[in-house]
Ligand binder design. Structure first.
Ligand SMILES: *Cc1c(COP(=O)(O)O)cnc(C)c1O
Length: 367
């Protein structure tokens, strides 16, 4: 059976290094806010070429705290793609602000930047692009609009570690960027973790304070904070992963090239990458008319697939009867709705074997 992702095979690639790093952190006698976190924050910021990285408990917390640090709350609106994972929207609603959705493009499956301007109102505070599947959004267009209307850019970088737009890393051009290190992500911990990155000293300082009970000085709580720290053991794991990030991204890019070149079934629509984008293929999304029969055919050939994501946030149960739910969203966001109903993610992970890639190609072509 070929899995759509395999954390264990990914882990096994760098097993010895992970295990010695973890053991070192275990044996240090210091587990929270220590040297491992300092080192990881510095090296991830250096990798991206950005001033600050602040380690947090998860990507969802990164989105919540980034939006809180920007002072966005009740009465404010944030523009977000209709086609994304719900966590992109949770950061907005958790702060009492309103998500204003815009449709995805039918080719890159990302936020359609030509729709942003007409979604802006006098309550709009920020644009929240999501670099979904590992491909960077059109940051040139987003930056131009943000400057014109004086809006913040909050980048959801949960799936795009190492991806680029016009030669610049995703997560470096916005006001603040939010990364997840959930185990399946291009840079994954062996547990929950995330971070924000920014060039803004004040914002970085604010998130640092918020993540630690809202205090800069012990027992002096100036803000109502949370506990959202990236622990020493996960920081040590991430430092190992970061050393191999380019290499593991390159493996998936190689597998994707084979998929792109060798899948030739007209019933299967392959993903489209913008010329300016470097895609790191966190996922490999294809579109098919009849998803059920396609997934069944692959499963009969020993291949597991997944769907990202079958229920768009604007139709999420929890948002019905709130400002984040859009009952007629299927008509207003036809591309996002189509993708939700026709997307299938083919197996894609670092550490996959060429034989497995071949088997997926053959099974897709025989559908
Ligand atoms: C994974 C993910 C998140 C949330 O990250 P967690 O670390 O799981 O909280 C947010 N946005 C997107 C697009 C994601 O894929």
């Amino acid at each position: 059976m070929i899995e759509y992702t395999s954390l264990l095979q990914n882990y096994n690639l760098y097993k010895e290094e992970y295990e010695s790093a973890v053991l070192k952190a275990f044996r240090s006698g210091w587990y929270i806010l220590g040297p491992e976190l300092d080192e990881f924050e510095k090296s991830f910021a250096d990798y991206l070429g950005i001033k600050h990285c602040v380690g947090l408990n998860s990507g969802t917390d990164a989105l919540i705290l980034a939006i809180r640090a920007l002072g966005i709350g009740p009465g404010d609106e944030v523009i977000v793609p209709a086609g994304t994972y719900i966590a992109s929207v949770l950061g907005i609603t958790e702060n009492g602000a309103k998500p204003v959705y815009i449709d995805s493009t039918s080719d890159t499956l990302l936020m359609d930047t030509s729709l942003i301007e007409r979604a802006i109102t006098d309550r709009t505070k920020a644009i929240l692009p999501v670099h979904l599947y590992g491909q960077a959004c059109n940051m040139s267009a987003i930056k131009e609009i943000a400057e014109k209307y004086d809006l913040y850019i909050i980048e959801d970088c949960a799936q795009c570690h190492g991806a680029m737009w016009n030669g610049k890393y995703a997560g470096t051009e916005g006001t603040i960027s939010c990364f997840s290190f959930y185990p399946t992500k291009p840079l994954g911990a062996l547990g929950d973790a995330g971070c924000i990155c920014t060039n803004d000293d004040e914002l970085a300082d604010k998130v640092r304070m918020l993540r630690n009970y809202g205090s800069r000085v012990k027992y002096h709580n100036e803000s109502i904070g949370v506990n959202s720290r990236l622990d020493e053991v996960q920081a040590a794991v991430l430092s190992v992963g970061l050393k191999h990030l380019d290499e593991s991204n390159q493996m998936r890019i190689g597998f994707s090239e084979r998929y792109m070149n060798e899948i030739n079934n007209p019933k299967v629509k392959l993903p489209v990458t913008a010329n300016e984008a470097k895609h790191v293929y966190h996922l490999f999304p294809v579109l098919v008319d009849d998803r059920e029969s396609f997934q069944k055919h692959l499963l009969n050939n020993g291949i597991k697939t997944q769907v990202h994501y079958p229920i768009p946030p604007f139709l999420a149960e929890c948002y019905m009867n709130t400002c984040a739910g859009v009952l007629n969203g299927a008509e207003i966001f036809p591309n996002a709705y189509y993708i939700a109903n026709h997307e299938v993610s083919l197996p894609m992970y670092s550490g996959m074997s060429e034989e497995d890639v071949e088997a997926v190609i053959n099974a897709v072509n025989s559908y």
